[in-house]
Design a protein around this ligand. Structure first.
Ligand code: ZN
Length: 403
């Protein structure tokens, strides 16, 4: 009996994996003909016909006529229906929860944000639930398929468990279970990793299968895409480059160690270093009273001695870590997000010089440093979590089972 049911399960799983593969091909390469789907997926034409029939029945894809370049009868191709399906994407920030209603094309239909008043488990779960319910009520006629939640820290997307948050007391919270009463699939993920995937789907890394996103705000983190796949440990988070030690006798980091990268290269670190130099009496257009990261970046671009010195130093520290990453992952490009990127004309050549100094010439020779498309710490990461869930089958099956 057991054996038989396992066989059925495997057959069902195979069908689900094939359906997801066909959906993904249409989503990424559409409009695309059934013949080309069969060629690219190596599935039998009859299977492709069968799967596309089901996807059409659930309104997940549409047929479009495409005129062949050689003339003659227009061919029928398939494309995904991105604007019929909505999801709520939340970003759990340090002091705010931002929530938006998005569709599968990435268009944002509604955004709202609310301050976080209580940073413990109950407070965070209640605030998230309130935000989601408000949007749900307001857009009751929209077809909601899922909820995505991104945040800084160590999270396990598979189990929905939060292992560590630098900003809230929620370690050990199984967030997807805590929001089970909403009766929608909940996907959670680390903000930077999810945003790297969003750059791949929608941003500056389309068609780029090997790249790294570096985010510099209060902390420093990385999302690594290699061979078109976001690197995620099975149950072990990766990409925490902010805690690579730069100075063993440096400042204490919130992780407990000393002199981590994010204690020397982050918005806060740059502002503190500036204040220190100003206090020592170094000449600058900047003043300690009105110092902001935007003013600092502007001064660096104007050639201010203090700001330029600190950008040069930051490029050295950051470049050292990036050099390691380039030697290990050999990316085609590195994308940067964060306020500090306003200094790109000054920062990027310095960084590239530092990276080239410590990497294989063939690795760094054609490496490009670019600004990421998505610069704000907003809810775009959730888009990637939902896309990935559709492409990796379980969300697609839930949508088809619902109707
Ligand atoms: Zn640290």
């Amino acid at each position: 009996m057991v054996k038989r049911s396992r066989q059925v399960t495997n057959h069902e799983q195979l069908k689900q994996v094939n359906a997801a593969l066909v959906y993904q091909l249409i989503d990424q390469n559409g409009p695309i003909s059934r013949v080309r789907i069969a060629q690219q997926s190596a599935l039998a034409p009859a299977s492709v016909t069968n799967i596309t029939r089901q996807l059409l029945a659930h309104n997940l894809i549409s047929e479009v006529e495409q005129q062949a370049s050689t003339g003659g009868r227009p061919a029928i191709s398939l494309t995904t229906n991105q604007r019929n399906f909505y999801f709520i994407s939340c970003r759990l920030g340090r002091d705010m929860i931002q929530a938006s209603l998005m569709d599968l094309s990435g268009q944002i239909h509604h955004v709202q944000q609310t301050p976080i008043e209580s940073h413990d488990t109950q407070g965070i779960v209640d605030t998230l639930r309130d935000e989601i319910c408000q949007i749900r009520t307001q857009y009751a006629t929209h077809k909601l398929i899922a909820i995505a939640i991104t945040m800084a820290g160590l999270v396990d997307p598979t189990s929905g468990m939060i292992h560590y948050s630098p900003n809230h007391k929620i370690a050990g919270l199984k967030l997807s279970s805590a929001l089970k009463d909403l009766a929608l699939p909940v996907y959670i993920g680390n903000d930077i990793r999810a945003r790297a995937l969003s750059e791949y789907y929608l941003g500056e890394a389309k068609q780029c299968d090997d790249f790294i996103l570096i985010s510099i705000h209060h902390g420093v983190g990385a999302g690594i895409i290699t061979d078109g796949q976001l690197l995620l440990g099975k149950h072990r988070p990766i990409g925490e480059i902010g805690h690579i030690q730069i100075d063993p006798f440096g400042q204490r980091c919130h992780c407990g160690s000393f002199g981590c990268l994010e204690t020397v290269v982050s918005n806060q670190a740059l502002l503190e270093q500036t204040k220190e130099l100003l206090q020592r009496g170094h000449q600058s257009v900047l003043s300690a009273e009105h110092l902001t990261i935007e003013r600092f970046c502007h001064a660096a671009l104007q050639g201010d001695a203090v700001a330029t010195h600190l950008i040069r130093q930051a490029a050295q520290y950051l470049g050292r870590v990036l050099g390691m990453l380039v030697n290990v992952f050999n990316p085609e490009k590195i994308l940067f997000a964060g306020e500090m990127i306003q200094t790109a004309p000054v920062l990027f050549p310095l960084l590239l010089e530092q990276i080239q100094r410590q990497t294989l010439p063939s690795f760094a020779g054609d490496l490009r440093l670019e600004q990421a498309r998505f610069q704000q710490q907003d809810t775009i990461g959730g888009y990637a979590l939902i896309k990935r869930a559709l492409h990796e089958s379980n969300l697609l099956q839930q949508i088809m089972a619902d109707e």
